[in-house]
Write a protein that binds this ligand. Structure first.
Ligand code: IPD
Ligand code: CA
Ligand code: CA
Length: 271
């Protein structure tokens, strides 16, 4: 394993044990609301601190972009930037709904180079290093081989926080539903993308994500032989948070269905 990935895995497991411990006592958690439908608990903060400590002890000069504490270090000066979501799927976690994950990615000169998505409930560890493939625990994973959308299971995220693109999203949803074998919305984008990499879903799309939700999952998919783009088929997904992913055949078909539903506002938000 690449040494930087080893450190990321150590950090993710630390966060996972904090999350697992807290999950046994959900009633006593202090929860606050960042904005409409945006909850955060003390666990998000504690998990993030633990991750940052492991990373900084190993690589004090690297910069960080983390969901709860924001930027640390100078991303322009450092060649390396870690992108961290300490708990992706906080709403699920708070409800005892067992679909959430720790997500850690490393950018090297702006290019995704290491990725970890760790599900502390199932103890599934998804990892990838650029050019070295994607793994679930010790097994190599690949995207699915399904070519027919009608046979495909598609993951998505339904807008719940920022509702500005709800109409456009619902139009895509309505168009995609009858063309697939089914749609799923478990509630953790990082895990959703890991599932595409592992071939559990054949495709995925969502609007309104942040870099920490998707950075690690995107590298997992690319290293598992899948494709990722923004809703227009371009590479701006990390910035815009609009994402389409899948095995190469389903990815193309999803983009085709989505295209007629791209409103000028969605296109503008993708710039
Ligand atoms: C959320 C989850 C969810 C997605 C949201 C994200 P959080 O992350 O990934 O699946 O639909 O847009 O913000 O807030 O639980 O870390
Ligand atoms: Ca998240
Ligand atoms: Ca989070």
């Amino acid at each position: 394993m690449h040494p930087m990935l080893t450190i990321a895995v150590k950090a993710a497991r630390r966060a996972g044990s904090i999350i697992n411990q807290a999950s046994r006592n959900l009633d006593i958690l202090t929860v606050s609301r960042k904005s409409h439908s945006d909850f955060v608990s003390e666990v998000d903060g504690a998990a993030e601190e633990a991750i940052i400590k492991v990373l900084m002890d190993a690589y004090p000069t690297h910069s960080i972009l983390a969901e709860e504490s924001g930027n640390r270090g100078d991303a322009k000066k450092s060649e390396y930037q870690w992108i961290i979501d300490p708990l992706d799927g906080t709403t699920n976690f708070l409800h005892g709904f067992p679909k959430y994950a720790v997500s850690i990615a490393l950018l090297h000169r702006g290019v995704l180079s290491q990725a970890v998505v760790y599900d502390p409930v199932s103890n599934e560890l998804f990892t990838a290093s650029r050019g070295r493939g994607a793994y679930l625990n010790d097994q190599r994973i690949r995207v699915s081989k399904r070519g027919l959308l009608a046979d495909s299971l598609i993951g998505t995220g339904i807008p719940f926080r920022d509702l500005s693109f709800l109409e456009a999203y619902l139009a895509m949803f309505k168009d995609i539903i009858p063309k697939t074998a089914g749609i799923r919305r478990p509630g953790s984008a990082a895990l959703d993308l890991a599932y595409v990499a592992a071939g559990r879903y054949d495709g995925f799309w969502e609007i309104g994500l942040s870099p920490w939700d998707i950075a690690a999952g995107c590298l997992l998919i690319l290293e598992a032989g899948g494709l990722v783009s923004d809703l227009e088929g371009n590479e701006n997904y990390l910035k815009s948070g609009q994402i389409v992913a899948g095995n190469p055949k389903i990815f193309v078909q999803l983009l085709q269905i989505i295209a007629p539903h791209l409103t000028p506002q969605l296109i503008a938000a993708n710039k």
